[in-house]
Design a protein around this ligand. Structure first.
Ligand code: TRP
Ligand code: ZN
Length: 322
């Protein structure tokens, strides 16, 4: 759902994006009476990320788990099938994809990295999510949601022909559930110069919890404010994420000095009465009662939370890469 949020210029929507990408540099004329017309670059507006597209990816992840013993876990066939599904979509959309392998627990794991050609490679904005599930279930909220929304955002970049100032890189991590293994491997294998080129890392892990909260990581202030601006624009209150700070793939980036941020709708912690009053849902119940369980299926998703977080993700990718 597209709702009005503050943008650089008072034009929004796909038409504005199309115009901004069709013209290499577009200028708007200032309207200060008596002054020479001031020219300012016009920023492309972030698209409304179609929640139907995000949900279609979740359906595929569910089918992949069903066909592969009920999970998409590290070292299992459901993981490689998930990776091949995401990679196929990205390759067809014009991304340069790289599969990075590592070993954990005696099994080979894989990270998928997708670079969008163009932009200043000395300023790389990354968005990522873990693609593995636990072995006890299909992992649709944890973390089909982040994986599907990051994929849909990458596809939206391609559809818009978006050419931001910064270079965009999307990532799907392996073996998060074994202790952030894939993301740590990626960060450890960057050179010092490679790490310094990453201007920000945005993490999305569990963004469609069935009894959702709206949690924003309070790490880098600029990234945090960007997400807060989006939610303020749609009139949704947020809280700082505190349920196990550092329990996802942003942690290795943060440890390496990369500015990080992200979104989260809650795991096993219980929603309070105050939280239910502002967000709806059920107080005294977990944000996700199916966390790390076999019932983490496509039925375990709040569509409104998934839609809002997907839109916030796209907004941040656009805003932070200009
Ligand atoms: N995959 C994470 C985990 O199993 C889920 C999680 C718990 C999380 N707390 C979090 C993700 C806080 C982001 C932020 O630990
Ligand atoms: Zn997770």
């Amino acid at each position: 759902m597209k709702l009005s949020v503050p943008v650089t210029v008072p034009v929004t929507g796909r038409a504005a994006v199309a115009v901004a990408v069709a013209v290499a540099t577009l200028f708007t004329t200032g309207s200060i009476a008596g002054a020479a017309p001031a020219a300012e670059p016009v920023a492309a507006a972030a698209p409304d990320l179609p929640v139907a597209g995000v949900k279609a990816h979740l359906t595929q992840f569910q089918s992949i788990a069903a066909a592969n013993g009920g999970n998409r876990a590290h070292g299992r066939a459901g993981y490689t099938a998930s990776l091949n599904y995401v990679k196929g979509k990205l390759d067809a959309a014009g991304f340069t994809t790289t599969v990075q392998s590592f070993t954990s627990g005696g099994r080979t794991g894989y990270n998928l990295i997708a670079d969008w050609p163009g932009g200043d490679t000395d300023q790389v904005l990354m968005a990522g999510s873990h693609l593995d599930s636990v072995s006890s279930g299909p992992g649709i909220n944890d973390n089909g949601t982040g994986s599907a929304a990051v994929l849909e955002a990458a596809l939206a970049v391609s559809r818009a022909g978006y050419q931001p100032t910064k270079h965009l890189r999307f990532a799907w991590w392996g073996a998060e559930e074994l202790g952030l293994v894939g993301s740590r491997y990626y960060v450890n294998n960057l050179s010092a110069a490679g790490r310094a080129r990453i201007s920000g890392y945005l993490n999305f892990d569990m963004i469609g919890s069935p009894n959702p909260g709206y949690f924003v990581y309070d790490d880098d202030p600029t990234i945090e404010q960007t997400f807060k601006d989006y939610f303020a624009g749609i009139g949704v209150a947020t809280e700082i994420e505190t349920e196990g700070d550092g329990r996802s793939d942003h942690a290795p980036f943060k440890s390496a000095g990369v500015p990080v941020g992200g979104l989260f709708t809650g795991a096993s912690r219980t929603k309070t009465a105050a939280q239910a009053a502002k967000w709806g849902g059920t107080s005294g119940q977990a944000f996700d009662r199916c966390y790390h369980s076999s019932c983490d299926t496509t039925s375990n998703i709040n569509d409104t939370a998934l839609d809002r977080n997907g839109d916030a993700l796209a907004y941040a990718v656009w805003e932070l890469s200009e």
